[in-house]
Design a protein around this ligand. Sequence first.
Ligand code: REX
Length: 430
Amino acid sequence: MVSGMTVRGTAALGAVLLSVVAVPAQTATAAPADAGNRSVQAHPAQTAEDLAAPDVAGLREVLRTALTQGAPGAIARVEDDGTVHEVAEGVADRTTGRAITNADRFRVGSVTKSFSAVVLLQLVDEGALDLDTPVDTYLPGLLPDDRITVRHVLSHRSGLYDYTNDMFADTVPGFEAVRNKVFSYQELIDLSLEKPLGNAPGAAYSYSNTNFVVAGMLIEKLTGKSVQSAYKSRIIKPLGLRDTSYVHPRTTIAGRHAKGYLPPDVADGTLVDSTEQTVSWAQSAGAVISTTRDLDTFFSALLRGELTSAAQLAQMQQWVPVNSTQGYGLGLRRRDLSCGVSVYGHTGTVQGYYTYAFTSKDGGRSVTALANTSNNGTVLNTMARTLESAFCGKPAKSSKAATGAVNGSAARGGTPVERYEDIAPGIARD
Ligand code: REX
């Protein structure tokens, strides 16, 4: 099942600490002083016009490859200064065989972290929050170390343990145990605090969902409203994101949507329909529902400076190194592609859904890609190549260079892959 189309003019709105930090020249902000890094490697500024044309045929090949590796369906949408390219392969629903399309809603996982960060950066703009103030000033007694600042939390440098490491150590039983559970934020923090801090505040990057549970608590404390209400009034409504919602703890996805399929840790071919769940284990760290169009719109708007002041957008782009080709800002990832282009956005993994949503430096070109499976490192690595197709154009010689720098966890189906940093480090897949 293949669908691909290009539409013109119809676009909506337009755990390793390395010693090198890459800061694009156009964001000439130094990494935070306590990040423990040295040299600054700059990529030249890129606008959408500077980029090679998107390789739409290559994009389709990437999605087809993901299907051969176990994804029931895969979609990608590129929005390039008003020109939209949409590609879809496979099915949204294995039972009915309905073809997946870019109109399908899905669970975006940690892309939610960018929503939470934007709300907090807006609160900085409003003078209600200071990035270098301890979290405990706003939420007295919450964290065990009053040196943990808001900035540490938003850049995954708090040292707070990621409770999902234990929760999902065994993938399907772990998921079934929390599928219908409703956690309070405090319960999730308590789970994290059963383990000591992994590093002194500010000393190291270590990805942890706990940080963005704290972010949700800060949003609710400072606005006096739910995160749902903050996302809605500050992001969803202003940008007209009509397919985006946060419905925690409702378990269903309203409207047309892709079903999510979760493979167990043993590659026995059984897929669990994981579509319906509370996502209460993630909430402000991962429970948003959206579409490829809305995420393209969101990240374009963010990098165009439509959601925060220029000063706060620059704060979001103070990078701490993740590995040699990735940085983490404040709820924002930077990935350096093989063609020398850096892109900005987030990845997401919730049971049954892998998302990549990234945009160019000026927000002029965005891509969002989704495969309706997870716990499959091979598919995850393949989907990273959608960024190469979208931003680097057709590969010059062999597509080998465009395999994407990922260091993944489990490979399914026998293809060895390196560990994938984006997934919480302690989660062993195989
Ligand atoms: C939870 C387990 C993974 C998924 C996780 N997800 O921490 C957050 C997220 C919300 O999206 N993070 C990603 C499960 C990595 C990001 O920031 O890009 N894995 C699965 C297991 C493994 O259960 N035992 O693959 O569905």
